[in-house]
Design a protein around this ligand. Structure first.
Ligand SMILES: [Fe+2]
Length: 379
């Protein structure tokens, strides 16, 4: 058994209506004035006002930062830092999808430790304590609320930087399935597929361990069972809960095991074409699973059996088929052509994919030639 060093860094408060406890939980952490980081879409839903009222009821003041988009970059993080400094805050609440949670962590890095977010690329580069924070995901997707990494794009190159430090982890994650009930179908489809890919990839990486396996396997079991239910019946509250917890568990698994070639191939599509992360993932993931199949032993069979499916003689093929079935159910694009990618661009994309750190954790050795083969299959 490979050695591991595991600590759950984030307390999890799960349940319908749990969001109403925000003020009480913030008081437990001694917040007095907090920065709410929330994307403009969430501000429009009224949830930010709910958060502020819940904090206010515990005499906790708040100010709101929402000046960022779906791919928060270093300039947006800097704008958030300047605003936070002018507000005199002692804590942070992140409310929204992965972009809000990542942006909040990014602001925390530069506000407390100085410099720019580029200085924290990698792991463990923050010397000083960071502000206590609470993460409240409103999508079942990235699982960012379970991780000590902030994914921030470089403003100039659009490359995703992973900036991690144990001190950046949220002290508390509030998982309230009710917050995801009104999510548009397309958002649920895209973010949910990303969560599925996290379970599938983290279960087979070269860095996985017994604990990440535990979370990845259970995440897959929940997500495979609940994804289509949420797409077909948006008001299915137990399925919404299953998706939210599954995405969170997959996030815990990533923290230990990282990801694989699907994420390495997806990131250049987002950087060059602005393709939404979960859409890019849906196009490449089944191909990565088929390509990995002979290098993962019985791992894919184990995943299939965790959700009550038979791996048969070709578990990699069967898992890839299931992933294609899920993408079809969600009306997600299935090829690079559908994304508008020119065939002539594949070489350049493959060169970029080979530089993605996450590709180094893939079970089958991954380089530019491998990326090109995968892009060709996905074309
Ligand atoms: Fe992802």
């Amino acid at each position: 058994m490979p050695p591991f060093d595991f600590q759950l860094r984030t307390r999890v408060v799960f349940g319908d209506g749990a969001f109403a406890r925000l003020g009480e939980l913030a008081r437990e952490l001694s917040f007095t004035r907090t920065l709410i980081v929330s994307d403009p879409g969430i501000v429009a839903t009224g949830q930010v006002q709910r958060a502020a009222a819940s904090l206010e009821a515990e005499s906790i003041g708040s100010c709101v930062f929402h000046d960022f988009d779906a791919n928060p970059d270093s300039a947006m993080v800097e704008a958030g830092r300047a605003y936070a400094a002018s507000c005199g805050i002692d804590s942070i609440v992140a409310l929204g999808g992965g972009s809000s949670l990542d942006c909040a962590k990014g602001i925390n890095f530069v506000l407390t430790n100085g410099g720019t977010i580029r200085d924290y690329r990698g792991f463990g580069k923050a010397a000083r304590l960071m502000l206590p924070s609470i993460g409240v995901p409103t999508t079942a997707g990235t699982g960012s609320e379970a991780q000590s990494y902030a994914l921030i794009s470089d403003t100039e190159t659009h490359a995703k930087m992973a900036c991690g430090d144990p001190k950046a982890a949220f002290r508390i994650a509030i998982l309230d399935p009710e917050l995801t009930l009104t999510q548009p179908r397309r958002v649920a489809a895209i973010t949910g597929y990303d969560a599925i890919s996290h379970a599938v990839e983290s279960f087979v990486t070269t860095r996985r361990n017994e604990v990440s396996d535990l979370f990845a396997r259970d995440a897959w079991r929940r997500l495979d069972r609940c994804y289509e239910r949420v797409l077909n019946t948006p008001g299915d509250a137990p399925a919404r809960g299953g998706m939210l917890l599954g995405a969170h568990e997959a996030g815990i698994a990533i923290e230990q095991s990282m990801l694989g070639a699907a994420h390495a191939c997806a990131n250049p599509l987002t950087a060059r074409y602005g393709t939404t992360h979960g859409v890019a993932i849906a196009v490449v993931l089944p191909h990565v699973v088929r390509w990995n199949a002979e290098h993962v032993g019985d791992r894919y069979a184990e995943l299939l059996s965790a959700s009550g499916r038979d791996g048969g003689r070709d578990p990699g093929g069967r898992l890839a088929e299931r992933l294609e079935q899920l993408a079809r159910a969600a009306d997600l694009p299935r090829s690079l052509q559908e994304l508008g990618v020119a065939r002539a661009a594949l070489d350049g994309l493959a060169a970029d994919a080979a530089t993605q750190w996450t590709g180094t954790c893939n079970p089958r050795p991954f380089d530019a030639a491998a990326a090109l083969r995968l892009y060709e299959r996905a074309y």
